[in-house]
Ligand binder design. Structure first.
Ligand SMILES: Nc1ncnc2c1ncn2[C@@H]1O[C@H](COP(=O)(O)OP(=O)(O)OP(=O)(O)O)[C@@H](O)[C@H]1O
Ligand SMILES: [Mg+2]
Length: 518
């Protein structure tokens, strides 16, 4: 199993005179899961894209299965059984699942596309990763997790010898990650060389054999997982000594007034209950975490508060925002924004931002009234404000004029968050806000959020399937499962394990895990 399937040597890459990869050498063995780790902007995606022929390296030597290669484009790479699941989705939203999987190479006979056969093939690939997404569904109608599975299925359909996954799990629920792990184990047994990029370090210990850490475009080192612990790993990634636990404000102060209060909230779409019996409050200056799997109803609840569900959804119950009862009839995202509700979504590609525009443009969009007089944008005001935000969210590079598409994934997410902070929201709804954000940046983001919350009396509802995130960031935790609130917990009186049991609906184990802790 020690045979090297992929060997990259002395890869250098710069964009417009700015070097982002310095003499990077990296190899992956057949039948190995090799985690590629590093902070946002370290160069992970760019490195693998030079292999795929998405980016042309300035120099570098590539060997796949013993042969020197240099792919000019992804099609060429895929034909040679090197495929990649990209961090940003490359799916065509108005085409079907099957069309997306076999894009550019739909099976045909005598000039006719064999649709039946194509669908069968698609089902075959989807099956192998435990996905039941129908091949005839339009990709744009699918939820993010399903789109991610289609993305994986497409890469898999090239029968890869080298299989690169750039944050494949960030949009997946526990069950779906379980399927992904099974798939990875199957591919491992088949001798496929896998590169696994992730910011969830527990996954590294779950499935990787070795890992390579990259920092500021240079390799820090390659390590056997069995000889590594998590704090050493974080240290290698950040270059700084870290304390494993964030110091939590030890006294939980209950706030005086509520920014929002939900009473017996229920939403139905075409007779299907999205969630029901939701009663909760968020105090001014409080972060309430909603923990639950993808599909528990968290996103729907967030969208209800933001007025972003389709008009056909029937919503009953009461919502009191900043002391006033809000009628759901008149509520829509723009009226919600005006009231001071901000929504940071999980799907930053589709909803959060305009990648063809600059950081400056994207940040001032929701805060327009603060930098305009009449219809004129006051350039200086805008720039000052954006500089403040860039500093607050520790954007890298700190350049207001950079187009969003040239930022790394995690830094794009910081821009999304920054723009809502700029809009001076009273209540922030954060839906999987640190998806794709590295550990260092994640803590920076929590710090920003916490500071705003305490200083400005902002309320936050944090919806997350990442339990560590909930444990670290929330003052109070509400567990949602299958559209209902099942538990309310305090993070300092709960273990992550107990929370996981509750999220999965394993009450007894959860209680047991709780008792052990006392
Ligand atoms: N097309 C591009 N043009 C110019 N600069 C780019 C481009 N793509 C990436 N960069 C820059 O290259 C550096 C490395 O980016 P890369 O996307 O590889 O980071 P990453 O390690 O994948 O980070 P993340 O974890 O946030 O995805 C960053 O400084 C980024 O701003
Ligand atoms: Mg990346």
């Amino acid at each position: 199993m020690d045979e090297v399937a992929l060997k990259m040597t002395n890869v250098n890459k710069s964009f417009g005179g700015v070097q982002v990869l310095y003499d990077v050498s990296f190899d992956v063995r057949a039948g190995e899961v090799h985690a590629l780790l590093g902070e946002n902007g370290a160069g992970k995606s760019v490195l693998m894209k030079t292999l795929m022929g998405v980016h042309r390296p300035d120099s570098g030597d590539y060997i796949v299965a013993g042969k020197h290669v240099r792919f000019n484009n992804p099609t060429e790479a895929q034909r040679n059984h090197v495929s990649m699941v990209y961090q940003e989705f490359g799916l065509v939203k108005y085409l079907t699942v099957a069309e997306n999987i076999f894009m550019g190479r739909l099976p045909s006979r005598r000039g006719m596309i064999r649709w039946g056969y194509t669908r069968e093939q698609a089902v075959g690939v989807l099956d192998s990763l435990g996905s039941d997404v129908p091949p005839t569904a339009i990709v744009g109608d699918l939820k993010v997790a399903d789109q991610q599975e289609v993305e994986i299925a497409r890469a898999l359909s090239y029968d890869p010898v080298v299989f690169v996954m750039d944050e494949p799990s960030s949009a997946l629920s526990y069950d779906e990650i379980g399927h992904l792990y099974e798939l990875i184990n199957t591919l491992r047994a088949r001798g496929v060389a896998m590169v696994y990029i992730t910011h969830k370090l527990n996954e590294v210990f779950d499935i990787a054999d070795r890992c390579t850490v990259i920092r500021d475009g240079s390799i820090v080192g390659t390590y056997d997982i069995s000889a590594l612990d998590i704090s050493t790993l974080v240290e290698k990634m950040t270059g700084k000594k870290v304390s494993a636990e964030i110091v939590r404000e030890d006294i939980y102060k209950k706030s005086k007034a509520n920014i929002i209060e939900l009473q017996n909230l229920e939403a139905r779409e075409k007779g299907k209950v999205l969630f029901s019996d939701v009663n909760l409050t968020v105090g001014k200056g409080e972060i309430v975490g909603i923990a639950g799997q993808i599909g528990a109803g968290k996103t729907e609840l967030g969208k209800t508060i933001f007025g972003a569900l389709p008009k056909t959804t029937v919503i009953t119950g009461k919502m009191i925002f900043d002391g006033e009862e809000i009628a759901f009839k008149g509520l829509n995202p723009s009226s919600a924004k005006k009231m001071g509700i901000g929504f940071v979504t999980e799907d930053r590609q589709a909803e959060g931002m305009i990648t063809e525009q600059s950081v400056l443009f994207n940040t001032i969009l929701p805060a327009f009234h603060r930098v305009t007089r009449g219809f004129v944008i006051i350039g200086r005001l805008a720039r000052d404000m954006v500089r403040g935000i860039i500093k607050d969210v520790a954007l890298r590079p700190p350049d207001p004029n950079r187009l969003l598409k040239f930022l790394s994934g995690g830094n794009q997410q910081k821009v999304v968050l920054g723009k809502w902070l700029a809009a001076q929201s009273k209540l922030l709804l954060l839906d999987e806000p640190t998806r794709g954000v590295d550990v260092g940046a994640r803590e920076e983001i929590y710090d920003v959020v916490r500071q705003q919350v305490r200083e400005k009396g902002l309320g936050v509802l944090l919806f997350s399937s990442d339990l560590r995130e909930i444990m670290l960031a929330a003052d109070r935790i509400i567990v949602m499962r299958l559209g209902k609130i099942t538990h309310e917990l305090l993070p300092h009186k709960t273990s992550e394990k107990q929370l996981l049991h509750f999220v999965l609906g394993e009450e007894e184990e959860g209680e047991a895990a709780g008792n052990k802790k006392e």
